[in-house]
Structures are given as structure tokens and as C-alpha cells.
Design a protein around this ligand. Structure first.
Ligand SMILES: Nc1ncnc2c1ncn2[C@@H]1O[C@H](COP(=O)(O)OP(=O)(O)OP(=O)(O)O)[C@@H](O)[C@H]1O
Length: 324
């Protein structure tokens, strides 16, 4: 059963992936202290849906993503893939299930072994997993690379965008159901970003993929996501379909993210400045309150629970913007 803070979760049998009360912590170096990277995050995805996760650097996006594939496992919480609890799996059972969730990372060049040919890089997964047949040429073609010329070359002979295509092929060949894209275009030239985003859209339709799309840039996330989840310091602030979030943002932090998009019509006074507080010692109540222009005493005393404010629009804030 979802707790009171999980009103936004859909019934288990309607979703492919369901994450409940995910907590990720790291040792902080000082005795007994911890980095609270992800502090009770819940979300779900229907098959074929793209969920965007957005928030500034350090808000816990990557930690949440890695916890989905149990690398490392979360401190607590539940990750259900098609009804199967991943956090309870160990050894071979976990390894087998993990294949269904593949990750694509920000820096494609350093995530590819420079000494190996593309054919071996992309073909390694099927060998390890003992999957039948050789689909290397098929997936290279699917990601827009010519197998005839690309397969025998090494990563340094390709541009950043082409290396990201190779990374995508390497994930795709394992026939995943969910692909977690962690800042997949942040390291690429702007001109190349759109090509990779279009490719992910095409592959999603062709292979019926379900995507988690992580980025710090809301302008990128809103175009590729069905729904967008905004995170701040390990917590969910707001969750809504992309268009709704942009046109009717309610959380002061979401409004600040939108105001920072260069083409935004949002007034600059909604921008926030300064660094987020340390996740080793997060603020009481609402974690955003120390930078929030709308904070009141209640915000330091009481953590806002997520509640519905529109059709599939969810918010965790005591004092949302008045025009919503
Ligand atoms: N292995 C680790 N050990 C200690 N602290 C960590 C570790 N990994 C992440 N953190 C901390 O956890 C918090 C969340 O980091 P995370 O990388 O998940 O955020 P993010 O939103 O993905 O940021 P970025 O976009 O910069 O990757 C940060 O304060 C980070 O410093």
C-alpha cells in the first residue's frame, strides 16, 4: 500500500516500474554522518511511457537511477519491475532481472573501452548473457551507424554523438524493457543533442521501450517526456505532464527552473540563487525552504506531502504559487 506521501502512485497492475519510498544514503566521511542523496522518492511508469527527472546538480537524480538497477541497492524502499521486487533479489536472479533495465550515461566516450572494436563492445553483452544470435549489425543500423564501416573501428575514431549511439546500441542489444538515460545529451554539442533525442524517440517507438530520462535542463526534459518529476535535495517537488508543468508550474522551485530557461516568459524574480544546502544536514520541514521566496514558519516545521492539484498534476508544497 502506498503511504500518505504516495498518493500519486498508480495501482501496481497498471505500471511496469513502480518505485516506492526510495532512500539512498552515503557515508559522509565524518563518524556516523550520512549524505541524504534520495530521501523517500516514489514514482511509477506505464509501459511505453517516458518519465523525465529534472533538478539541479546534486539533487539525487543519478543516485535514484542507480538504485533502480541496484547499483548500489537503496538503503530502503521498493523497486517493482512488472510486480517483481528487485530489492529482494540476490545473485543470479538479480543479474538476470537487471538485464531488463539498462542505463545510458552522460559521458559516452569514457564509458566505452578504448581498446576494443565497436563489434566487440556491442556484442559483449549478448555473449555474457548467452543471448542467441548476433544482432550487432541490426542494432548498429538502428542507432544510425553503418555496420560495414563502424563495427571494426574503435571508440576514439568516433565523435561524441556517435559514441553515444554506440552506447545506446550496447544497451539496446540486451532487449531491455526500461532504459534509464542519465544526462544522455549533456556532454554533447547542442547541434548533436537534438539528433540523439530524436533517435531515442524513434527507438522507443520501434522497440516499445519505457524510458527514464534524467537531465538538469528542463528545456531538454520537457520535449521528450510524457510526465516530468522535479527533484530538489533528494525529494520530489512536483510531478505533471510536461506541458502542464511548463504552463502551470506551482512549486516555487519548478518556477525557478522554468525562469532559468533562456526563452522563458517567466519573470526573472522567480529565479533562485546560491547553492543548495548540504545533503549531510538538510533543512527541517521542506528542504527547499531556505531558498524559497514563499517560505513561512510552517515550512520549517512540517514536511509537505505530495497532493493532487490538477489532472495528473501533483505537488509537495505548503504555499504554491497563487496563479495556479
Ligand atoms: N558515492 C558517493 N559517495 C558520497 N556521496 C555521494 C556519492 N554519490 C553521490 N553522492 C552525493 O549524493 C548527492 C546526490 O548526488 P547525485 O549524483 O545522485 O545527484 P545528481 O542530481 O545526479 O547530480 P549530477 O547531475 O551532478 O550528477 C550529492 O550530494 C552527491 O555529492
Amino acid at each position: 500500500m502506498a503511504g500518505s506521501g504516495n498518493a500519486h502512485l498508480r495501482p501496481r497492475d497498471e505500471v511496469l516500474l513502480r518505485v516506492e519510498d526510495l532512500v539512498v544514503e552515503f557515508p559522509a566521511g565524518r563518524a556516523g554522518r550520512t549524505v541524504s542523496a534520495v530521501a523517500g522518492v516514489s514514482f511509477d511508469l506505464r509501459r511505453g511511457e517516458t518519465l523525465g527527472i529534472v533538478g539541479e546538480s546534486g539533487c539525487g537524480k543519478s543516485s535514484a537511477a542507480r538504485a533502480l538497477v541496484q547499483l548500489p541497492p537503496p538503503r530502503s524502499g521498493s523497486v517493482l519491475l512488472d510486480g517483481q521486487e528487485l530489492t529482494a533479489l540476490r545473485g543470479e536472479a538479480l543479474r538476470r532481472t537487471r538485464r531488463r533495465l539498462q542505463m545510458i550515461f552522460q559521458d559516452p566516450i569514457s564509458s566505452l573501452n578504448p581498446r576494443r572494436r565497436v563489434r566487440d563492445i556491442v556484442g559483449e553483452g549478448p555473449r555474457v548473457w548467452q543471448l542467441p544470435g548476433d544482432r550487432v549489425d541490426e542494432v548498429l543500423e538502428a542507432v544510425g551507424l553503418d555496420p560495414g564501416t563502424a563495427a571494426e573501428r574503435r571508440p576514439h575514431e568516433f565523435s561524441g554523438g556517435q559514441c553515444q549511439r554506440i552506447s545506446i546500441a550496447r544497451a539496446l542489444i540486451l532487449e531491455p524493457e526500461v532504459v534509464i538515460c542519465d544526462e544522455p545529451v549533456s556532454a554533447l554539442d547542442v547541434s548533436v543533442q537534438a539528433q540523439i533525442l530524436n533517435l531515442l524517440e524513434d527507438l522507443k517507438a520501434r522497440y516499445r521501450l519505457t524510458l527514464v530520462f534524467i537531465a538538469h535542463d528542463l528545456a531538454v526534459v520537457k520535449n521528450v517526456s510524457d510526465r516530468v518529476m522535479v527533484m530538489y535535495l533528494g525529494k520530489v517537488c512536483e510531478l505533471a505532464p510536461g506541458g502542464d508543468l511548463i504552463s502551470r508550474p506551482a512549486h516555487p522551485y519548478t518556477r525557478a527552473l522554468i525562469a532559468s530557461i533562456p526563452s522563458s516568459a517567466r519573470p526573472a524574480e522567480t529565479l533562485i540563487t546560491g547553492e543548495p544546502p548540504s545533503p549531510v544536514d538538510p533543512p527541517s520541514g521542506c528542504r527547499f525552504r531556505t531558498r524559497c521566496p514563499r517560505a513561512t514558519d510552517r515550512c520549517s516545521l512540517e514536511e509537505p506531502q505530495i497532493r493532487q492539484i490538477g489532472e495528473d498534476h501533483w505537488l509537495a508544497c505548503h504555499n504554491p504559487a497563487p496563479n495556479h
